[in-house]
Design a protein around this ligand. Sequence first.
Ligand SMILES: Cc1ncc(COP(=O)(O)O)c(C=O)c1O
Length: 351
Amino acid sequence: MADRVLEAMSRPTVGHLDPQFLSLMDSVAEKLRYVFGTANRMTFPVSGTGSAGMEAALANVVAPGDTVVVGVNGVFGTRMAEMSRRMGATVVTVEAPWGEIVPPERMMEALEANPGARVAALVHAETSTGIHQPLDELGAFLREEETLFLVDAVTSLGGVPVDVDRRGIDVCYSGSQKCLGVPPGLAPITFSQAALDRIEKRESPCQSWYLDVGLIAGYLGSERRYHHTAPINLVYALHEGLTVVEEEGLEARFARHREVGERLQSEFLVRGFRLFAQEGYRLPQLTSAELPGGREEGPPRKRLLEEFHIEVGGGLGPATGKIWRIGLMGAGATHETVDRLLSAVDQVLGS
Ligand SMILES: Cc1ncc(COP(=O)(O)O)c(C=O)c1O
């Protein structure tokens, strides 16, 4: 994480209605529009982690009895389906094996079979598998439909293009701690006009009071009405992190993530690792791989942490005990990080 982000976080805490803080919030919204690729008015950081962003996205546009079509090929699609169920939706899942994309044509078939579906949801960057989900086809298909397109961009925002407006995404949320390079605790989110119209016409109130966009709008808009206390110092950090993103430029940032991630993946292939994510759809910022020669993954991962202070994730769900997951995100996406990791990997696997 960039020192300047942590330094920004240690600035004196002011009140959430302080004029200086309110103008900082406006600036955060403007910077978020840039990274999301959107002109959406309702763009702000949810006070909570990525899962709070997920809840905010779903709770606002899903009402009891709605049909929601969710692509499920990992932990986070599963979580979206579960949250939608808890909100009283009828959930249609389009399942694909972990490590593969959810084929866009299968999402479209499910939508054709459920013509009244209110929401179609996909995870753009499935952190549990390393899959980079294509969005263009479904986005184009949904432009002609009433169904809202909802996308989880927790691990993609700032690392690969999200392009909310170009892709016709209606609701998109992320997390501060991944490619934005900011401590965890905020979930940037954006709602299209179509999503806001849906929210305005709801017959039942949003299931969550805390995450109700209609109420939060009273604080973000000209009224500046108290809703909940903003996590001031986290907002300082997000503002600084987004300034870093702007200074680097999105294209340069994407190129850096791509170059560094592809290098790690090709070095892993040379060393006999098997990449877990489907070829052609691999995230540069999250490499998932099985160890060479069927080696057990746990003990060398433990050594990486204890001896080299390098934290590598293990597999989740059906991939538990089978893969490593390596994040190269934000300030960590550098050739130096890859060099350090490869040298440590060679030592733990060589001995
Ligand atoms: C794709 C995706 N969605 C949602 C989440 C949930 O975010 P959090 O753990 O910040 O609540 C994560 C977390 O890693 C994620 O990777």
